[in-house]
Design a protein around this ligand. Sequence first.
Ligand code: SAH
Length: 368
Amino acid sequence: MEQTDLRGLPFEKLEAEMRARGLPAFRARQVFSWLHQKRAEDFSEMTDLPKAVREQLSAHYHLAKVSIERKLVSAKDGTVKYLYALEDGEHVEGVRMAYQRGGSLCISTQCGCRMGCTFCASTLTGLSRSLTASEMLMEVYLAAKDAEASGEKVASIVLMGIGEPLDNFDNVMDFLSLVTSGEGFNMGMRHISLSTCGLVDQIDKLAEKKLQLTLSVSLHAPNDDIRRRTMPVARRWPMEELMRACRHYFDVTGRRISFEYALIDGVNDSPEHAAELIRLLKGTGSHVNLIPVNRVAETGYRRSKRERVDAFCGLLKEGGVNATVRRELGSDINAACGQLRRSVMDPAAANAGPEGLLNTGDSVDSGS
Ligand code: SAH
């Protein structure tokens, strides 16, 4: 039988486990603090527990092992990209933007993805499996440790790496409750963003949780026709239903939705598309993040030219829709999200060439 991973248990469940093993409540608090405040990776590190207790715990429980297998540092702006290795040989990616709002970390929620967006590298080989709450916590804890080593920190978290967070709903909810725990990592829920391709039923379910996190919706199209061509999820839930769910989310949580819109040359970047988008979003108070699409060799899409991006942004603003063009960070280590993982799965397949990959500990000269 598979052993329970103690790191993924909310405190009450951890306490119940300890009690069932005949351990007093204060042991549960000790273990929780070791796992989530001191970020212990193994029971042997929990030195203020009697040796017998440590042995008892390691005989009966698991702690997911995650390591940073590779680390790339942008010479331009200090952005750090991590390739995390999981114990079953899977890999996921994280990105730490050192100077973004005091240090922002983007983590993955699944190994691969089954959403099939046509512009995205993460979905090209489908979904292998979802990450556990414990594994997502380790993405954060390892990056935080790495940040602290250079006097930096992780002040906000975005669930915008590989995978669809709402396709891994329960584990993501456990992750959110643990990473925001006052007895643990203590991240403020308002400093967390969750990005979804638009699973309407799950957005409704999330709304009921009434969390203070920011919901980002990957829109990428101003109408159903274009959205269905680029995002299979739109065939299941038309724009109208998605917008209904977004309004409901805002009504219930009081949190405004932010929309992601990747500009693809000749696909969704014309002035007419901007006008359609304005009709769709005007009056919602939402913010639109415009992103010149990242090139993924397999997709054949090209990013819109800079002038077109700026023009699109200008039109939205004139039309009364809040919009900004996302600043590009780490363009020299880029490999659009999902490509670093792919380069390990099949080195010939991804255009993140091996020359870009460094071993842990190495870093590109920051030139500063
Ligand atoms: N599955 C979630 C979160 C992961 S993707 C979602 O769809 O939102 C994170 C963001 O990157 C999404 O907005 C996604 O649409 C976008 N994205 C994927 N491939 C991209 C590319 N090639 N260029 C620009 N953005 C891309």
